[in-house]
Design a protein around this ligand. Structure first.
Ligand SMILES: [Zn+2]
Ligand SMILES: [Zn+2]
Length: 257
């Protein structure tokens, strides 16, 4: 049974719980290690990320909690570094590299904010061609090694609103070519991929990221995985981990980072 979780948000970004509430919940759940991964500051969208000052307070508070709870749980201070953040993620215990935007011209568009925004981006930026949209997204994902991540976050976030093929066909050759190219590039850096249950706990999806097809491909190439709840509240730590561990015993899932 996996008792570690490294993808956790707090009130320093768009989470609902304070870091201490999260730590207490983690201890109550019998966890041995918890990693915080606040959203890195993105200058072009301040709606969900940590502020610049908040980031310093976050680092200080997690450091204080490490000491306060040292005899009960191991605490790590990480960051979820957006591909477009533009500033290096330094002085963290680990980095989750994630793509949350497509960049078109000088503008950044969130791929996971709302379904309506998702539709608008497709129309406005890609002439309604969701495969072009996906190609742009996966080109960035494939380049994530540039942010020096220890973990690849929610690899196919672009499918957040696409359960049951609502907007595009995930078996379309152009879609498959796009994600395979990204997987291959990332595998060459040997970075583990998340199996991320965050969209399930928040009611967007019934299956984790990445899709079964992508997971099988990564696994067949010797890739490694790490379970991630992408918790935005303290009660969602380890969300769905038991079911995933049961379902995909054949994959190489890391116990910790
Ligand atoms: Zn994310
Ligand atoms: Zn996250």
């Amino acid at each position: 049974m996996i008792t570690c979780d490294y993808h956790v948000h707090t009130t320093y970004c768009d989470g609902k719980s304070t870091p201490e509430e999260v730590v207490k919940s983690a201890i109550a759940k019998g966890m041995t290690e918890i990693g915080f991964s606040g959203h890195s500051y993105t200058f072009f969208d301040e709606s969900y990320c940590m502020t610049k000052e908040g980031t310093q307070q976050y680092i200080a508070e997690i450091s204080a909690l490490k000491e306060k709870y040292a005899d009960k749980i191991q605490i790590l201070c990480g960051i979820e570094q957006d591909y477009f953040a533009g500033e290096a993620a330094e002085s963290y215990d680990y980095v989750i590299g994630s793509v949350h935007y497509v960049k078109v011209g000088d503008e950044y568009f969130s791929v996971d904010h709302t379904k309506d925004i998702f539709i608008d981006i497709s129309k406005k930026c890609f002439g309604g061609d969701y495969y072009s949209f996906a190609e742009s997204y996966y080109e960035s994902v494939g380049n994530l090694a540039s942010v020096h991540p220890d973990i690849i976050g929610h690899f196919d976030l672009i499918t957040k609103f696409n359960e049951n093929g609502t907007f595009f066909d995930e078996s379309h050759p152009r879609y498959i070519t796009a994600w395979k190219a990204a997987v291959d590039k990332l595998l060459s850096h040997n970075i583990p991929f998340e199996i991320n249950t965050g969209a399930i706990s928040r009611g967007y999806r019934i299956s984790p990221y990445p899709s079964d097809d992508i997971l099988s491909y990564i696994s067949s190439k010797g890739g490694r995985f790490i379970l991630a709840s992408d918790s935005h509240s303290a009660d969602n730590l380890l969300f769905g981990f038991d079911k995933i561990e049961e379902k995909i015993k054949s994959c190489n899932i890391l116990k910790n980072i």
